[in-house]
Design a protein around this ligand. Structure first.
Ligand SMILES: *[C@@H]1O[C@H](CO)[C@@H](O)[C@H](O)[C@H]1NC(C)=O
Ligand SMILES: *[C@@H]1O[C@H](CO)[C@@H](O)[C@H](O)[C@H]1NC(C)=O
Length: 317
């Protein structure tokens, strides 16, 4: 007779235990970071920028009639060049003529531009390590072509000869990735440059949106699980108490049945009275229910609630 209650009870510790195990496993067992992915330390969310990488396969499938490869591009607007770049991978375009980059490094140039004079400048070599600066998802390419010398020490070939040709720094790129769930394709905007040395881009894409994945359980879901377990304990424990100690049967086995029933009845009466009031204001056909009836019934349920509370007090005493 009672075993239907006994079985969920005996299953409960196992259930709680397996939930705990799941939580611990998902938090401690953080997998080592795959290239071009990152887990936010703040939210625990997983970000995967790999869909933004252009590969020769992805360009050939896009049925381009000409055999040219397609990297991402960004318009320079007031800057006198447009930019060509790839995310987490070297560019597919030809970069043979890039200025002052060693041939071994040419194969991993990830961003460049060509001036109107036809000079090709690298603005950074590949990186597959996006990271978070605060809430900003950032990808940095460093080690491009040499930056020009500062204005003060203008390169006058006669005076400073070969010594002061550059500043010693190399062109670099910072990309800020923003989540845009509606973006069909990424939109890469050139934001600005500093001293023709640092270049800044904003990339809006759906790839920069967090994916919960199986990577980590956020704090919200952990609290959700705790709340669920608490509700389950309350329900099952309450049922056992009502059944064995109070000898309740049917719906009355529910813990604090009277309180819940009164509450539901009261809320229902309130909804009905609000509905009827709105209906009369809008001259809608009223429901068969009238206002006095609603009041009476809400009073009744109030009384029932008070009775139930009295009952509870009486039982406890
Ligand atoms: C950049 O691209 C736009 C459109 O694709 C073009 O009109 C413009 O002339 C380009 N600018 C440079 C400097 O190449
Ligand atoms: C660039 O390419 C060279 C080989 O050409 C490789 O050894 C090096 O690790 C690459 N650099 C980066 C940052 O990937």
């Amino acid at each position: 007779m009672r075993f239907w209650i006994a079985s969920p009870i005996s299953a409960l510790p196992f259930f709680v235990f397996s939930l705990l195990q799941l939580t611990i496993a998902s938090t401690s067992n953080t997998p080592q970071q795959e290239p071009c992915t990152v887990i936010s330390a703040q939210s625990g969310n997983f970000f995967d920028l790999r869909p933004l990488t252009r590969t020769s396969a992805s360009t050939s499938s896009s049925s381009s009639s000409s055999n040219t490869v397609h990297d991402w591009t960004a318009r320079g607007h007031d800057y006198p060049a447009n930019f060509t770049l790839n995310i987490c991978a070297p560019v597919l375009s030809d970069v043979a003529d890039v200025v002052s980059v060693s041939t071994s490094q040419k194969s991993n140039i990830s961003a460049f531009y060509i001036t109107q004079e036809g000079k090709q400048y690298s603005i950074g070599s590949v990186s597959t390590n996006p990271y978070f600066r605060g809430r900003k998802l950032v990808l940095v390419y460093a080690g491009g072509s040499p930056c020009p010398a500062p204005d003060g020490e203008e390169r006058e070939k006669s005076k400073s000869s070969k010594k002061k040709k550059g500043s010693g720094y190399r062109k670099s790129t910072i990309m800020s990735h923003l989540c845009d769930r509606d973006a069909v394709r990424p939109v890469i905007s050139f934001v600005g440059e500093v001293n023709e040395c640092g270049y800044f881009f904003e990339v809006r894409s759906s790839a920069a949106c967090p994916t919960a994945g199986t990577q980590a359980l956020g704090p919200v879901s952990v609290f959700g699980i705790i709340g669920l377990v608490a509700a389950l304990v309350y329900l099952v424990g309450g049922c056992v108490y009502q059944r064995t100690v109070m000898h309740a049967r049917g719906w009355r086995q529910m813990p604090n049945y009277a309180v819940w029933a009164g509450l539901v009845g009261g809320v229902w009466a309130l909804i009905r009275s609000i509905w009827d009031r709105c209906a009369s204001k809008l001259h809608l056909p009223r429901s068969s229910y009238d206002l006095i009836g609603a009041r009476r019934s809400s009073l009744e349920s109030e009384n029932r609630l008070i009775d139930a509370l009295d009952e509870d007090w009486g039982e406890d005493a």
